[in-house]
Design a protein around this ligand. Sequence first.
Ligand code: NCD
Ligand code: ZN
Length: 349
Amino acid sequence: MKTFTILKPDDWHLHLREGLVLKNIIKFTSDYFGRAIVMPNTKNPITTINKAISYKNSIAQALPENSNFQPLMTIYLTDETDKDELIQGYKNNVFFAAKLYPANSTTNSSHGVKKIENLYNIFESMEDSGMPLLIHGEVTDSDVDVFDREEVFIDRELLPLVKRFPKLKIVLEHITTSHAVDFVQNNKIGATITPHHLHINRNAMFFGGLNSDFYCLPVAKRETNRIALRKAATSGNECFFLGTDSAPHLREWKAFCGCAGIFNSPVAIESYLTVFEEENALDNFEKFASLNGPNFYNLPPNKEKLKLVTRPNKISEFVNIIEEKNIVGKIKPFHAGETLNWQVEGIVK
Ligand code: NCD
Ligand code: ZN
């Protein structure tokens, strides 16, 4: 049995949802991560200071007792975002960052931004105040192939943005292509990489019939891209850090409409570790999981430590959503039914 210890990680991109789902899934993150950036694409998106405060309160209420987990809140940018509210919310520590969803690019993004140039005066203030901009980097034009949307976004939208706002703190979220890897490194912006994009290529969605369990946005791409992502994540390069994009959808919805999103928070650390071990890069895991993110966001790393061990770890088929002791829903986790070789042993003080 191998064991090793790292500083407690953070999740720099997470969907916690609301209500019953939030209550049932938050422990998967709060047990082992110090902080998480909470995405604002709730059914009624987090577009104001008041909504962010009330969402943060509901997260605090859902946390296990004595948890010291810190949710970092984001504001969902729209064509109507009020610049003063945004900056006030940032300066008063309500918002940690702003999230840009191009309109209709992903789950609950219909209120997203229609024309990025219209937000340029907001980006100017963000650049001045140091507020990070987190980007879902995909164009949505119906004539752009779904597998090309990230690349086209980078060339058409991100490049001009980076040139115009060189000091703006930008994170390209859940990158999926070698083009993104190169762009991030060359322009010294930040990027999160999910566990699933390190494990699957686009074949996974078509294996044994159409399989929405492996459908997320941006969609997984060709194998060459997966290889580039694995190299980037395990390189130790400070541009790349952990962001699970864990995005739970109840089984009935996933099966019915095949909505985009993979729920990986119950297995995220083990899933990443599997990749780092396969790439002979366990020495770089702490950088990716616990150091590069805080470094990018100018935060101290967590103080506590996490102990990890090699041990057969069978992943359950479903996580139950429970209300008053009754199972009222199920969510399929990433790696369901597989046995991974790693397990989180626990926190070491
Ligand atoms: C996310 C969700 O379900 O909220 N889905 C996904 O496929 N990743 C939204 C997102 O991050 O794109
Ligand atoms: Zn996401």
